[in-house]
Design a binder for this molecule. Structure first.
Ligand SMILES: Nc1ncnc2c1ncn2[C@@H]1O[C@H](COP(=O)(O)OP(=O)(O)O)[C@@H](O)[C@H]1O
Ligand SMILES: [Mg+2]
Length: 330
């Protein structure tokens, strides 16, 4: 079958840095694939190669059957790209930005105007259309960015971290917009550091770490790969923490993970509620007070942790902010 997006063995080095070490990727037409990975794992590099902005050292990619290296013009005809950093002009209004993009796409003046109107309405920006976008919120900017990437009615859309840095409400709004596009048949490759975002939007998830695909499948498949349930336990006193970890270790079916500051212990178990009872009893016998204890299904967080030994969302809000202001200054 022909995939809307296909990559084979993509390798890209930047000097000493191995950004991609042979990435394979397939996206069926009309579906969303989430490319999930922490900062520096190679998500943007993959997107830039597949959207013809960067040449791979080796490997190949096709979009709708067109080769990204040898048929870049045909590829650009069918794709839209919303980058990690805003592509719109700070000093123009929302409407002016969209009309400008329309002219870049060789629409007539009249068509550019009506396409801009249509997109402003669709992304709930009509009221703000004639204001300079300097005054737009982060969520409004991202919606305008996405609107700009839709000017040419792309059938394949790349969204590079579309909600990084947004507050929860704007993120939810962005998710709805993306779901709307997919309902219309657009194929989407979405990169994200947020497990929940991949879970919500993507029918398949490809997990990237240090430039290599380390796992892929549906969210459920990935979760069942780590197997079993998790007991999540918070002890009352940090002085009890080490003893608590030791007390639950015999119950665990895999590696126990814990964060001392939160006094939280996560115990993978294979016997569900029986294990929960055992954990409560173990705490009781050791005289350790419990603030909270629950049995839960594995999350994508657990998947990431068990695959890589580190968490996916390592970046803090502050470092995201400093990256963005750096990008804004260039
Ligand atoms: N133009 C570049 N020059 C040098 N190194 C780069 C360049 N672009 C990306 N890298 C490096 O390649 C790796 C992957 O980067 P990137 O694809 O941006 O990751 P992600 O988007 O997942 O955060 C990182 O180590 C990054 O520092
Ligand atoms: Mg990136």
């Amino acid at each position: 079958m022909t995939y809307a997006i296909q990559a084979q063995g993509l390798v890209k080095h930047f000097g000493e840095v191995k950004a991609l070490n042979g990435v394979d990727l397939e996206v069926e037409q009309g579906t969303v694939v989430g490319l999930l990975g922490p900062n520096g794992s190679g998500k943007t590099t993959t997107v830039r190669i597949l959207s013809t902005l960067l040449q791979a050292d080796s490997g190949s990619g096709t979009i709708g059957g067109f080769d990204v290296a040898t048929q870049p013009d045909q590829v650009r005809e069918v794709i839209g790209l919303t980058g990690q950093y805003s592509a719109v002009d700070q000093y123009l209004t929302g409407r002016e930005n969209l009309e400008l993009f329309g002219r870049l796409f060789h629409l007539s003046k009249k068509d550019a105007v009506s396409r801009a109107d249509e997109l402003l309405a669709r992304f709930d920006l009509t009221d703000a259309a004639d204001r300079g976008i300097k005054g737009y919120s982060g969520g409004m900017r991202r919606r305008l960015d996405l609107a700009a990437s839709l000017i040419g009615r792309p059938s394949v859309l790349f969204l590079d971290e579309p909600t990084t840095g947004l507050d929860p409400r704007s993120r939810q709004g962005m998710w709805e917009v993306i779901q709307g596009l997919v309902a219309e048949g657009t194929t989407v490759l979405l990169t994200t550091q947020y497990l929940e975002e991949a879970d919500q939007l993507a029918s398949r998830i490809v997990v990237l770490d240090h430039g290599s695909v380390i796992a892929q499948g549906t969210s459920d498949q990935l979760k069942s790969q780590v197997g079993g349930d998790r007991i999540e336990l918070v002890v009352n006193a940090s002085s009890d923490f080490d003893r608590a970890v030791a007390a639950v270790t015999p119950i665990a079916s895999g590696a126990v993970t814990s964060t001392q500051v939160e006094r939280r212990i996560v115990v993978p178990v294979s016997t569900g509620s029986t294990a929960l009872v055992q954990a409560v009893r173990a705490m009781d016998e050791s005289g350790i007070g419990i603030e909270d204890i629950a049995l839960r299904r594995p999350t994508l967080d657990d998947v990431f942790l068990s695959l890589t030994g580190h968490a996916a969302e390592e970046e803090t809000a502050t470092s995201t902010k400093s990256r963005r202001s750096r990008a804004g200054r260039k």
